[in-house]
Write a protein that binds this ligand. Structure first.
Ligand SMILES: Nc1ncnc2c1ncn2[C@@H]1O[C@H](COP(=O)(O)OP(=O)(O)O)[C@@H](O)[C@H]1O
Ligand SMILES: [Mg+2]
Length: 483
């Protein structure tokens, strides 16, 4: 296992809540002071992103303060070019990102066939994997498990049906049982952030506006957060003067790195899982006709937002069809990867050009495109975006003080926090319904549950509803301590 890690000044920094006689305690004094582990394994299934975040808030009306204490991606085939610790012993002893589980899931999705027994076992295996990852994280960083008050885990998305046709039921099916995690770690664990959103009539995804808005809101600038994970998604944050976080728009663009990863696995017999730094794509010639044909005909890419998607629409089977088409045209593996990469990049720009006018968003007014997700490390994608948007600033989300690879993990830390506080999150205005955000998340209590609850209850005591957080202060930006 390769572990890519970034730490502030290399020392152990256990911060957050009160330590009484060496024992960690949450204090129920009417303020919020809590340390939360956010975890995400995205559609790309490339690893588990973990972030330890310390939140403080003096009162429900005050800004929410956050400080990232630790960031780490646990992955057997690390996608992070700034590789940190390497510990082969751990690979053998305990592999939290088991390739076997990934292969099982990919096969199941490709064949769209499974059994109740396999699903049940995967749920527990993934729950154990996430729980073990917390333990490994704590060992690596010398962080006492007891210092973590709460875990927010997205779990592993298996299948998402966010836009059901007549007769279908909307769902977001994720595996990685939270009770297994809390049982293994003894830490209160919140999972399942999408279904309550779907229950009130929204799609339950991308679910990034709450963090994108808090990170990027600005008094006068229009900003966009562009994530390129397995799936690409975007969030537009208007300036405060034009509605700000109360007027955000978001949707899933379509394929991110998922097709590229599928092509790499196909051409290397599973030896390479992604096109590191776009090396293969850069060697090939793009077949523009293949790109245009796919983007012109793909139903999802041409669908008016709101929309969200996943492997059920852009999985390995679809990738294989494009690969087969390229090979039938006599294209090389490099040409094929170059062409597939262009599908991702061109579709992102297509989303801007086609749909921004529908929401009265003027692309020329966007002051900054803040890139995040592993696909933003692919220079072939970024080069294309820069060429297509010559008047725009293409930046990394790191500029906000949160590492661009950790944003989703941070978002699940915050969603866990909102769940235990019973506090609603921001809702984008292009959602299917503007019903206020349901309090999302399923709680599996840990050993210190009553203590965490006591703090949550004292915070804003006497108020039926706590106001949605609209202002966040990053106390110690990642840019101050990143290596
Ligand atoms: N250095 C890199 N060069 C090119 N692509 C990269 C690089 N690092 C990561 N990626 C791509 O990013 C993907 C993972 O991105 P991530 O944001 O973690 O997606 P998800 O949230 O779906 O897991 C990988 O599958 C890989 O394709
Ligand atoms: Mg990932």
């Amino acid at each position: 296992m390769v572990i890519s890690t970034s730490e502030p000044n290399g020392s152990t920094h256990v911060n957050g809540s009160a330590h009484v006689n060496g024992t960690h305690r949450c204090v129920a004094d009417g303020t919020l002071d809590i340390t939360v582990m956010g975890m995400n394994s995205g559609m790309a299934m490339d690893g588990i992103d973990c972030t330890l975040v310390h939140y403080r808030q003096a009162s429900p009306e005050a800004p929410l303060h956050m400080e990232i204490l630790r960031v780490q991606r646990l992955s057997k085939t690390s996608c992070d070019s700034t590789s940190g610790l390497t510990n082969h012993h751990d690979t053998v002893r305990r592999d939290p990102c088991s390739q076997d589980i990934k292969k099982t899931i990919l096969t199941m999705l490709r064949e769209t066939r499974t059994t109740p027994s396999l699903m049940s076992q995967l749920n527990v295996q993934l729950g154990s994997m996430f729980g073990e990852t917390v333990k490994l994280f704590c060992e690596k960083h010398n962080v006492p498990m007891d210092s973590i008050d709460l875990i927010g885990s997205h779990r592993q998305t298996i299948w998402l049906l966010s836009m059901p046709e007549a007769g279908e039921t909307r769902y977001a099916f994720c595996l990685g049982e939270g009770t297994v995690m809390s049982g293994l770690t003894h830490i209160t664990t919140v999972t399942d952030f999408r279904m309550a959103e779907q229950a009130v009539g929204r799609q339950g995804a991308p679910l990034v506006a709450l963090i994108d808005g808090l990170l990027l809101r600005h008094p006068t600038e229009w900003r966009i957060c562009q994530n390129i994970g397995g799936i690409a998604n975007l969030c537009v944050i208007p300036p405060d003067s034009e509605g700000g976080v109360d007027a955000m728009v978001d949707w899933d663009c379509g394929p991110g790195s998922m097709f590229i990863d599928a092509a790499m696995r196909c051409f290397t017999n599973g030896e390479m899982e992604y096109d590191r730094d776009g090396e293969w794509g850069a060697q090939g010639t793009i077949n523009q006709a293949v790109v245009d044909k796919f983007l012109d005909n793909n139903k999802y890419c041409n669908h008016l937002p709101p929309k969200t998607t996943g492997r059920e629409t852009f999985g390995d089977n679809v990738a294989q069809e494009i690969i087969d088409e390229c090979l039938a045209l006599g294209m090389s593996k490099y040409d094929t990867v170059a062409t597939i990469t262009r599908i991702t990049a061109q579709n992102i720009v297509k989303q801007y050009r086609t749909f921004f006018p529908k929401f009265n968003i003027d692309i020329e007014k966007i002051a900054g495109f803040y890139m995040c997700g592993g696909g933003a490390r692919n220079p072939n994608i970024i080069k294309y975006l820069k060429a297509q948007l010559p008047n725009s600033k293409i930046l990394k989300l790191d500029e906000t003080g949160v590492p661009s690879d950790a944003k989703e993990a941070v978002s699940f830390a915050q969603q866990a926090l909102e769940a235990i506080l019973g506090r609603a999150a921001l809702v984008p205005i292009n959602s299917d319904t503007l019903t206020p955000n349901a309090i999302s998340g399923k709680i599996a209590p840990g050993l210190r549950w009553r203590e965490v609850m006591a703090m949550a209850v004292e915070f804003g005591k006497g108020q039926d509803r706590l106001p949605t957080v609209k202002e966040m202060v990053i106390d110690r930006p990642y840019t101050d301590w990143k290596p």
